[in-house]
Design a protein around this ligand. Structure first.
Ligand SMILES: *Cc1c(COP(=O)(O)O)cnc(C)c1O
Length: 219
């Protein structure tokens, strides 16, 4: 696996101003270190336990993003160091992050994960729920966190028109929320669909297998 070559090829494809979150789930600390040594600082993991095992083996200035479903009772483990939680999918979870963030006198950054896929998906807020939560945030309900944007995943399909439609749905919600100009991040696009996501307005992409290779879940 030519991780260095892959990484450089992805960087070539990203316009200026688009952030890369290197998704390192299932890959060892050594692979993360290789990409770190090329200058990458933002990495994404989807499981708390795996993140807790790898983070201590790696440089402290990595900005870790949690991108997978997060159980409320696990927030306390990552609250001391997590940079951004991209997968906020309930008010209960947001309240817990707010509480833990305050305990550590931090301001954890969060993105609301919004369901945009036309296929049935397990996690994510629907659009009215996202609006309600954002309103509460604007009203000052969650004073220890910084709600910096939105995250979404398109349907796993070859139908590019569908993917585009789903991404544009999130982009228009982002624009609606961002009338106050307080948001920074529209996180959408993975290895297979990040070029479409960028065309639709993403300014942060989450790329795993196109950098690190295919994931082996049998280990
Ligand atoms: C695994 C994962 C990614 C990266 O997927 P690739 O197809 O390997 O690029 C992006 N976002 C989320 C939420 C993921 O779970």
């Amino acid at each position: 696996m030519d991780i260095t070559g892959n990484y450089n090829a992805i960087l070539q494809k990203l316009p200026k101003g688009v952030q890369l979150v290197a998704v390192s789930k299932t890959h060892p600390a050594s692979a993360i270190q290789e990409v770190y040594d090329l200058g990458q600082r933002v990495f994404g993991e989807n499981k708390v336990q795996e993140l807790m095992e790898k983070a201590p083996l790696l440089p402290e200035d990595i900005q870790w993003h949690l991108i997978g479903h997060l159980q409320t009772n696990k927030v306390k483990y990552i609250a001391p160091f997590i940079d951004t939680i991209q997968s906020v999918d309930s008010e209960k979870l947001l309240s817990e992050i707010n509480k833990e963030s305050g305990k550590h006198q931090r301001k954890i950054k969060v993105l609301l994960q919004v369901k945009i896929a036309e296929e049935e998906t397990k996690f994510g807020l629907d659009i009215p729920e996202a609006r309600a939560l954002f309103e509460k945030y604007l009203n000052g309900d969650f004073e220890n966190i910084e709600l910096t944007g939105l995250m979404g995943m398109a349907t796993f399909t070859d139908d590019e028109q569908q993917i585009r439609r789903e991404f544009l749905t999130l982009k228009s919600l982002f624009d609606e929320f961002n009338q106050s100009k307080t948001l920074e991040t529209l996180s959408m696009g993975m290895s297979d669909d990040f070029p479409v996501a960028i065309e639709c307005g993403a300014n942060s992409v989450r790329v795993g297998s196109a950098i690190f290779g295919r994931r082996d879940y049998s280990k």
